[in-house]
Design a binder for this molecule. Structure first.
Ligand SMILES: [Zn+2]
Length: 287
């Protein structure tokens, strides 16, 4: 699943293209991807436009010009959000079907036609993703279920300490629990733990003050860098041009199981499972 940096990359690319464009028509081919009453979904969107595109956790949030409504978009495992104008395509998401596949294709389930002739396609192979129209109150309620945005100023060391200290939960589960911190998944949790020299299985309560601080700094700096590098291309993400997220070059443990550790240059990166997720770590560098 795309994590914060990947969703942020899509948001930035699409913002430049869809904002202010009048939506001429919305075509819903697979109804199950719309988690709102279908008729009003189409009625509210047609003739409307997006005034801004934000991100909360892994959700994209488009503010509509008319009607005080917000369009929430979640790509989940295999969603793609592709904007097409003439031959140029932007946006991104799951690498299948490969960028360059004709649009629309059999995975295009919701289509926005803008009145300048451009289109926004919501493609989803496995159909776990969704779109939902909400009012302000519902948006606030959904937002409140998510924890701190790790790149916001509310994500302070003190706030992070409060989340970690005393918890009898493996630190990786704390980092990836969306109700504590929003937007961190498998890739960035493993990378942050490695950077901080902490094994993912350690309980929150076992971390020293210094370890908490190191992990806090690691989370912030890794996410920031990953956003700057347009995310990580692995199995789950490509931008619309098919370009790889450049952060892949900076991965130290994720996807490197069986390879030599880049830091200690002695140990081999190991892989285990933690709470049903694969976890990569260096048994020498992480304690
Ligand atoms: Zn190592």
């Amino acid at each position: 699943m795309p994590e914060l940096p990947e969703v942020e990359t899509i948001r930035r690319d699409l913002s430049k293209r869809v904002i202010g464009k009048k939506i001429a028509k919305v075509i819903v081919i697979k109804k199950k991807l719309v988690r709102s009453p279908l008729k009003s979904f189409i009625r509210i969107l047609a003739g409307n436009s997006f005034v801004r595109l934000d991100r909360r956790a892994k959700l994209l949030v488009a503010t509509l010009k008319k009607g005080e409504r917000f369009l929430l978009i979640h790509l989940k495992m295999t969603g793609q959000l592709l904007y097409q104008r003439g031959h140029s395509v932007s946006g991104g998401g799951h690498p299948q079907p490969p960028p360059g596949t004709e649009l629309p294709n059999k995975f295009s389930h919701i289509i926005f036609d803008f009145n300048d002739g451009s289109h926004l396609y919501f493609n989803d192979m496995r159909q776990f993703g969704y779109m939902k129209l909400v009012d302000k109150k519902e948006k606030e309620r959904i937002f409140s279920e998510y924890g701190l945005e790790p790149l916001s100023k509310e994500f302070t060391l003190t706030a992070f300490k409060k989340l970690v200290a005393g918890k009898k939960t493996p630190i990786k589960k704390i980092l990836t629990d969306q109700k504590y911190i929003a937007g961190i998944g498998n890739i960035y949790a493993d990378e942050a733990c490695f950077a901080a020299g902490i094994l993912q299985t350690r309980l929150g309560s076992s971390l020293s003050e210094l370890e908490i601080k190191k992990l806090y700094i690691a989370c912030k700096s890794i996410l920031k860098k990953a956003v700057a590098k347009r995310g990580t291309t692995f199995r789950d993400f490509r931008d619309a041009s098919g370009a790889r997220g450049n952060f892949v070059k900076f991965l130290k443990v994720y996807g490197r199981a069986g390879e030599k550790c880049l830091r200690c240059k002695k140990s081999i990166i190991k892989k285990s499972r933690l709470g049903g997720r694969s976890t990569a770590y260096c048994p020498v560098c992480q304690k």
